[in-house]
Design a protein around this ligand. Structure first.
Ligand SMILES: [Zn+2]
Length: 136
């Protein structure tokens, strides 16, 4: 290992480093900076700078338990958003061949073949049957 790598490793020893919240802060920082470049509103620059400071503070923090808890709280909020975004992407990608329907009993989202008409669907998760209609 080269000298600077050893120095960095010993500096980072016991420090928190990066996680999903860290990456989210970085992306938000970049987005707000881009908004600032186009709008020249000082508030965007101030918020993005505060996010950068918070991100760096978290990276070098030695209070790993607290940082992990922050990340868990962030993921609890972020994961449903990410699941929704992925579902919308799949809906658009598969719109010619499939339709997505929510099971009225267990709320699972099912991918069904796109066949016009009225169908009875058996949910693979809860094994309940429900009627659905594919219009076009
Ligand atoms: Zn179901």
């Amino acid at each position: 290992m080269s000298n600077w790598k050893q120095k960095l490793a010993s500096f980072m020893y016991g420090r928190y480093g990066t996680d999903a919240l860290g990456y989210a802060l970085l992306i938000l920082y970049i987005l707000l900076d881009v908004v600032y470049i186009f709008t020249h509103r000082l508030i965007f620059s101030l918020i993005s700078s505060a996010l950068l400071v918070f991100m760096i503070f978290r990276m070098f923090s030695r209070n790993c338990a607290r940082r992990r808890l922050e990340n868990e709280r962030f993921l609890k909020l972020w994961n449903p958003v990410w699941v929704w975004v992925k579902l919308q992407y799949h809906r658009v990608r598969d719109c010619r061949t499939s339709v997505y329907r929510k099971c009225p009993h267990c709320k699972a989202v099912l991918k069904l073949p796109r066949r016009r008409g009225k169908h009875t669907v058996c949910c693979p998760r809860c094994a309940q049957r429900f009627e659905t209609r594919v219009l076009f």
